[in-house]
Design a binder for this molecule. Structure first.
Ligand code: BGC
Length: 915
């Protein structure tokens, strides 16, 4: 026998020693017993981020993923060490915090409880855990986090402007041991140190309500500085701050010009500390960027470049002194989410030449970003790139649907005989096609590349199934969602809009959270919402830009409580509920003032882009109920039982009012009987018990007989339509939901695909006219959540926030032979994959350590008396649970013959066959 022994805390990383035949000598060695101990925790996160730099949460939250070789494992205790030096941590000591052994099963959202964390300081941490049997793991590898600048006194910089290029030189007397740059701008910045771009973010900082909150980023610039002369430079773009609005108010310029705010804190080898800040000692000039606008694109004149401007020794005598800039007034706050980056490069699939001198590139995919131009030619030649989502039959680009956005970049060649590679700095476009004019000579496929630009959230979910159309839809949801993450969730990415419409944000949120790591991104967006909430509790329709002055349509404003509730369900985030509780109350209290008879009637958009009109009043009132019901649940989670009761009561009154106002008892439908009206009532359990059958029958009749198995819902109704048809206990309707999901004729997702969509459309119709038809609008992609929840069957069980308790309940429908979903949750991997063949259903599931699950294994229709196995062992037979298999704690059979197993953590493979 040979044993592998792991030495996890070795500085070189874990080391595995081969220990041969030790048992011969009677030594105590890791054996089958030792396998009972948990493995070291992995995937350490602080405030949802791996090793974040510059956070300003004073009591950050930690999470880790547990690993264990045995099934049914839980954490019984943990110990966290936080140290200011990695050497201290290596000695298993924590100076600001040694939690000691804490008896707790909490492995996510664990709040720091040590000495106050200091501004600008780096901390190292690790954690070990104990399993259900009390055996301890080794410590995890060290992770780290670093505090940003926590108080106003830490900031020494000044807001400066005066040009879109700013620079300063400084000299350092000895070697640099540590240096951090804290930087933000009104608009966008690109920071350069000694000729190099700092970091890989673009279009930074995130768009916020600058009068409330301005986000700075922290960079480790130790390696970019040197003893002796240094130069720091910044390019500035207008971004959202200094852009001339051409969406709502064409003439309004929010800030006169972009401005920079920067501080570099440097520690030298000789012990001295040096600070470099943006101030009036900087020099400013107008650089080669002639103009830049998010909507309109960038004009870049390479003949106006001043080479070496970002290096020490450059002669800036012709530059003017920087000017003091208007202060936006908002608090400087750490940007704690994945930044916008260039995440991918696309090679065009085709270039055509529809007219002399006009070249049209097809990227083969609609996405957000820009094009990289590669060109060689005479000095002063201007190459123009214009972007579009669609082309006319004659091959020219069609830009009727991008409104007033000019969406064009112009590059004026340097012409020094070298290949010139250009990418814009401060704009982005939503496009599939690029029209190129002015190119010197004949461009090839090589002359242009697509650069995919968006908030760099990681993919954390995957879904696939045996029916190709579902995978194609999953693909357009993926691209559609990602294209619309630009520090906020946007409605679209191409026309002169790109706003944080709250309705779009909440209908897509569950889909986004299942596909991507959205926790930090939405944490910020919730702050954005809180920033703009009025003293009267109202929210605007769009955030951070406030659209108009009226309060949000209730189906849009609901994003505030709903997104937070989803954060709680998906990530177990209780703090976001606490922090916003008063805000939710104010919001609900505002709604109540508009609903004296418990019916909320004001509405602007209703079931937006629906094919059949549903009363906007009904939609608003349904959300009023939803908000109050959620607030009552939130109060219960936070232990505010009196509030929970008050809001539950209010919800009861709203329910009565809803039925009074909208239920047509004669017909058994709500309002005019549209799919959306009945769906909302069913989804929110507003339908009186004895009427539910009628309403469901009317809903399904409308879908099947009135509309030949198509939906008529807009983006509000469609979010809940399929989930209503696959509710627990209604497996008989799942086939209909599946028919809608796989429909390929108008209107349907499949119809978009049949018509060449590579991202989701704004409307069901295939139109390219001048209004309301963006080809990259994520809102109809709410279906993506249903793929995971209904087809793969992955759900947070009631009361199981953050996947502590999981419900896996896949629907086996029609001709679908298999479906498979995986979600990387904060607690670890949750997966569900099933295969259906005549008479046999197999279901493989993964449940993370420290979680448990109810797994509903459906029965094949034909199967009669069933027997269930897990692996090779029988777990259900002759109508009874057969105990004895590790991790499988019990089972019951449902009316429809499916068997629900209660399991602990681990991987399982269930198989249901006929006796
Ligand atoms: C946006 C939508 C948004 C709507 C509000 C549109 O312009 O693109 O997605 O929700 O306005 O009705």
């Amino acid at each position: 026998m040979r044993y592998l022994m792991r030495l996890p805390n070795h500085p070189a990383g874990p080391i595995y020693l081969l220990i041969p035949f030790l048992s011969l000598f009677g030594w105590s060695v890791p054996s089958a017993r030792a396998a009972d101990a948990p493995l070291p925790p992995r995937n350490l996160r602080c405030e949802y981020l791996p090793n974040p730099l510059g956070i300003d949460v004073r009591q950050p939250r930690f999470s880790w993923v547990l690993e264990h070789t045995a099934r049914g494992e839980k954490q019984s205790a943990y110990q966290i060490l936080v140290a200011t030096r990695v050497e201290t941590l290596d000695l298993d000591k924590g100076d600001p915090w040694d939690s000691g052994k804490i008896a707790s099963d909490q492995s996510t959202q664990v709040v720091y409880a040590g000495k106050p964390l200091e501004s600008g300081r780096t901390y190292f941490w690790k954690v070990r855990t104990w399993g259900a049997q009390g055996k301890g793991s080794a410590y995890s590898r060290a992770a780290q986090f670093e505090m940003g600048l926590l108080t106003p006194h830490d900031w020494k910089a000044q807001w400066i402007a005066g040009g879109n290029q700013l620079r300063k030189e400084f000299s350092l007397a000895s070697k640099v041991t540590r240096a951090r740059a804290y930087v933000t701008a009104l608009g966008y910045y690109e920071l350069r140190l000694n000729g190099e771009k700092v970091g890989s973010s673009v279009l930074d900082p995130a768009w916020t309500t600058y009068e409330k909150r301005i986000l700075y980023s922290t960079y480790d610039v130790t390696g970019l500085l040197r003893q002796g002369p240094n130069a720091v430079g910044a390019m500035l773009g207008n971004g959202w701050a200094a852009m001339a609005w051409n969406w709502e108010n064409p003439a309004v310029l929010t800030y006169k010009s972009p401005a920079l705010y920067l501080q570099i804190d440097i520690e030298l080898e000789d012990g001295r500390q040096v600070g470099i800040q943006s101030d009036l000692s900087w020099k400013a000039a107008r650089g080669p960027i002639v103009s830049d606008s998010i909507y309109n694109g960038e004009i870049y004149n390479a003949t106006a470049e001043t080479p070496r401007w970002d290096l020490a020794g450059f002669n800036d005598s012709s530059w003017k002194p920087a000017e003091p800039a208007q202060m936006p007034g908002g608090a400087l706050s750490a940007q704690m989410m994945p930044p916008i980056r260039v995440v991918d490069t696309i090679t065009p699939v085709l270039v055509s030449n529809p007219k002399p001198g006009v070249y049209v590139y097809d990227m083969g995919q609609n996405f957000s970003g820009w094009a990289q131009l590669r060109v060689k030619g005479p000095r002063g030649t201007a190459v123009t790139l214009r972007f579009s989502e669609v082309v006319y039959d004659h091959g020219m680009i069609n830009r009727e649907n991008i409104g007033a956005a000019k969406a064009r970049d112009v590059y004026i060649l340097r012409g020094d005989g070298e290949l010139e590679v250009y990418e814009p700095h401060f704009t982005y476009h939503g496009f599939r096609y690029v029209e190129m004019t002015g190119f010197p000579g004949t461009p090839g496929l090589d002359s242009l590349r697509g650069r995919v630009v968006r908030s760099s959230v990681e993919s954390t979910g995957s879904f696939s199934a045996s029916k190709p159309i579902l995978n194609q839809i999953q693909r357009i949801i993926h691209w559609g969602q990602l294209s619309n993450l630009h520090s906020i969730p946007t409605d679209c990415d191409q026309r002169n809009e790109r706003m944080g419409w709250l309705g779009d944000a909440h209908v897509t949120a569950e889909e986004a959270m299942l596909n991507f790591d959205m926790a930090a991104f939405y944490t910020n967006f919730v702050r954005d919402m809180r920033d703009v909430q009025g003293a009267d509790g109202t929210l605007p329709d769009t955030v951070p830009h406030r659209y108009g002055s009226r309060p949000a349509d209730p189906a849009w404003g609901t994003a505030y409580p709903l997104l937070c509730w989803y954060m709680y369900e998906q990530y177990g985030d209780r703090r976001i509920l606490e922090e916003n509780y008063e805000g939710f109350k104010k919001y609900v209290e505002f709604l109540a003032t508009r609903a004296p008879d418990n019916v909320l009637r004001y509405s602007y958009y209703g079931d937006w882009v629906a094919l059949e009109y549903t009363s906007g009043e009904l939609v608003s009132d349904a959300y009023y109920y939803y908000d109050v019901e959620i607030l009552s649940k939130i109060a219960a989670v936070l232990g505010k039982s009196a509030d929970a009761q008050t809001y539950a009561q209010l919800a009861g009154h709203i329910k009565e009012g809803f039925n009074r106002a909208f239920y047509d008892a004669k017909r058994g439908v709500y309002a005019n009987g549209t799919q959306t009206a009945n769906t909302l009532a069913l989804f929110l359990d507003l339908v009186p018990q004895d009427q539910q059958g009628r309403v469901i029958d009317n809903l399904t009749y409308d879908i099947v007989y009135q509309h030949n198995t198509h939906t008529t819902a807009g983006f509000i109704g469609v979010k809940y339509l399929l989930p209503v048809l696959t509710r627990p206990g209604r497996s008989d309707l799942a086939g209909l939901a599946y028919d809608l999901a796989t429909q390929t004729t108008y209107p349907s997702w499949g119809y978009m695909i049949a018509n060449g969509a590579t991202t989701l459309w704004e409307i069901w119709q295939n139109k390219t006219g001048p209004s309301m038809n963006s080809h990259n609008h994520p809102m109809m992609g709410s279906l993506g959540a249903w793929f995971y929840q209904a087809l793969a069957g992955i759900n947070v069980a009631p009361g199981g926030a953050g996947y502590e308790h999981i419900r896996i309940e896949p629907h086996i429908v029609r001709d679908l032979n298999w479906a498979s979903g995986t979600v990387e949750t904060l607690r670890g991997t949750v997966s569900s994959s099933w295969i259906h063949s005549p008479g046999v259903v197999t279901l493989d599931v993964t449940v993370p350590v420290n979680s448990d699950a109810l797994v509903v294994v459906p029965k094949d229709e034909e199967a009669t008396e069933v027997v269930a196995r897990e692996g090779e062992r029988v777990v259900w037979e002759k109508g009874k649970f057969v105990p004895g298999v590790a991790g499988v704690r019990g089972a019951t059979q449902d009316k429809d013959g499916s068997i629900t197993f209660e399991i602990g953590s681990g991987r399982y493979s269930f198989k249901l066959t006929s006796q």
